[in-house]
Design a protein around this ligand. Structure first.
Ligand code: ADP
Ligand code: ADP
Length: 225
């Protein structure tokens, strides 16, 4: 699915307009990095796509469908946040099962999906553990599996690596890349880290002060002859 913000304006209050006539597209099946410094508007864009904020002008389109006035419950979106946000009292298995149970997916189908997802994020042997027994990177893989459980139209990753040390960052970045390739889910990866964006993204959108400075492949943006 292609996700588009078209001429979007978003103000938190009368004095702060974060986005003004802002347009961007995340092409279907791509992993796009939204790269920019703190305060540039990355979370605002993510929350607009998630349906957690409504623009004061402009439209949000999922393919041809105008979803501007649909709230988050009516958009099939997977999200992974900076801090794992797993249910601490549930096992890995039950964390991944949770959205499927909420959607009343039947037990057999649920078990099959959980097995697929665990395999995808390479945690098949950790299903009985609790989040506190896992590394930060493993916890983020659980969060990723849970976010993908219902075959979301759009996957939103909000600085998913920033609580991890270097080795685990590298490992999780690889898993995210492989999972995105395997599922083909349209993905927006929000980061302030240029290296991460260059390593993982099909396209990079470079944001500053609520405006796109550049959009291109890593090669377009950073490799000069
Ligand atoms: P980023 O994710 O790139 O750090 P944000 O989208 O969080 O940027 O913030 C963009 C701008 O909007 C910043 O100037 C920030 O201070 C402001 N902002 C974000 N959230 C709110 C809010 N709830 N109320 C008022 N201003 C906000
Ligand atoms: P429910 O009947 O409550 O929906 P399930 O039948 O899916 O739950 O599973 C029963 C319990 O067994 C769950 O609480 C889950 O923690 C555990 N469980 C199921 N499959 C696995 C697995 N592959 N690895 C570890 N624990 C599992």
């Amino acid at each position: 699915m292609r996700a588009t913000l078209r001429d979007v304006t978003l103000s938190y209050d009368q004095s702060t307009t974060v986005l003004k006539n802002f347009t961007c597209t995340i092409p279907s099946g791509e992993l796009v990095a939204l790269l920019g410094p703190s305060g540039s508007g990355k979370s605002t864009i993510l929350n607009l796509l998630a349906g957690l904020l409504t623009p004061s002008a402009g439209q949000i389109l999922f393919d041809q469908t105008d979803v501007t006035r649909q709230d988050s419950r009516h958009r099939n979106i997977g999200m992974v946040f900076q801090d794992y946000a797993l249910y601490p009292h549930l096992t890995v298995h039950d964390n991944i099962a949770f959205p499927l149970k909420m959607a009343h997916v039947k037990r057999a189908a649920r078990q099959q999906r959980i097995a697929e997802l665990a395999n995808l994020v390479q945690l098949s042997d950790q299903l009985a553990k609790f989040p506190r027994e896992l590394s930060g990177g493993q916890q983020q893989r659980v969060a990723l599996a849970r976010a993908l459980a219902k075959h979301p139209q759009l996957l939103l990753l909000d600085e998913p690596l920033s609580s991890l040390d270097t080795t685990l960052r590298e490992e999780l970045l690889t898993v995210i890349h492989d999972v995105q390739r395997a599922t083909g889910v349209t993905t927006l990866f929000v980061t302030h880290n240029q290296e991460d964006a260059l390593q993982i993204a099909d396209h990079i959108m470079l944001l500053a002060n609520g405006r796109l400075q550049q959009v291109g492949t890593g090669h377009d943006l950073y490799v000069h002859p």
